[in-house]
Design a binder for this molecule. Structure first.
Ligand code: BDR
Ligand code: CA
Length: 313
């Protein structure tokens, strides 16, 4: 089968970085047409820089990296330096990127790419707030039907929230954008906290990254060393959850994940539950299903895949 063409929309972020590395290490299954940066974990200037640092770390300087929206549709930006550090990519010492940003706006790249390829052949992989994707859909509604699938990290049902008691970070930062995307009619696959909180980098798994004894292996292990302190302190968990790599792992080995095709709505009004993904997991409403909402991951299979693929870089 031909590799799946994808655009990675991202706000790196250590876990975003690992998601990008996994995709770039898997050319048989995934063809990365471009990387689009959005403001999220840290401001846009840093996410656009970090995306290039990661492409260079992987040795893939040919990938075009575009800068996109620098703030959510209707709200001030909320960032997560308390999780990812000041640079967004704290942990390893990595050189500043030499590759320039691609010319043009990420939103226009998304629109033009979807228009240039046959309908149903390009998949969008959002790993941060959905601002770029929603802006593209608003600006060019004709592209929605051309999307093969949107496979995104965001939301939660059983785990409820991480940035507030009710909301997951990516959805909370730009709930209006998420609302547009979930109502768009595009095919959506969601990797919520319910799945990603099971994809934990235990000390043993992080040793396996380190044992690759490559630039990438050491960088990933050091990113995880930094990133894990937050979740360990907060949840008492064994290690850091690799949220965003669940998206790229799904493109390579979908059978590692299972879930339900259900209705998911985004709370955009309530101060208390802003950004909540109201997922009808138990199918108690007659609202039409609009997303494949994952609930389980074969965590060891996921880490075996990740380790095997990172070894290629
Ligand atoms: C999500 O928020 C970010 O901090 C991570 O990169 C991930 O995309 C998890 O809630
Ligand atoms: Ca992210």
């Amino acid at each position: 089968m031909a590799p799946r063409k994808i655009i990675i929309d991202t706000d790196p972020g250590q876990d975003d970085a690992v998601a990008i590395l996994l995709a770039l290490a898997s050319p048989e299954e995934v063809d990365v047409l471009g990387v689009t940066a959005v403001a999220g974990n840290v401001p846009l200037e840093l996410t656009a820089k970090n995306a290039r640092i990661v492409c260079e770390l992987a040795g893939h300087t040919q990938i075009p990296v575009y800068a996109g929206c620098d703030r959510p549709l209707n709200r001030p930006l909320v960032t997560a330096e308390h999780v990812h550090g000041k640079t967004g990519l704290d942990g390893p010492v990595l050189p500043d990127p030499e590759m320039p940003l691609a010319e043009g706006h990420a939103v226009d790249f998304i629109i033009e790419t979807l228009r240039a390829h046959d309908p149903g052949t390009v998949t969008l992989c959002p790993l941060g707030p959905l601002t770029n994707i929603a802006t593209a859909f608003q600006k060019a509604p004709d592209i929605v039907d051309r999307v093969q699938e949107i496979v995104l990290m965001g939301g939660a049902y059983f785990e409820v929230g991480n940035i507030t008691p009710a909301a997951e970070f990516n959805i909370y930062v730009d709930p209006e954008a998420a609302d547009i995307v979930f109502k768009s009619g595009a095919h959506i696959v969601v990797m919520p906290l319910d799945v990603t909180h099971d994809a934990l980098v235990t000390p043993h798994r992080n040793d396996a990254f380190r044992a690759l004894d490559s630039k990438v292996g050491h960088a990933v292990a050091e990113m995880t060393d930094f990133f894990e302190r937050f979740d360990k302190e907060k949840y008492g968990s064994e290690g850091a959850p690799l949220h965003d790599p669940c998206v790229t792992a799904y493109l390579i080995r979908p059978e590692l994940f299972s879930g339900r095709h259900i209705n998911v709505e985004i709370e955009t009004q309530s101060e208390l539950t802003l950004g909540m993904t109201v997922a009808d997991w138990w199918r108690v409403t007659d609202r039409a299903p609009n997303a494949m909402f994952m609930g389980d991951v074969d965590a060891q299979g996921f880490f075996d895949l990740l380790t095997e693929r990172l070894a290629r870089l």
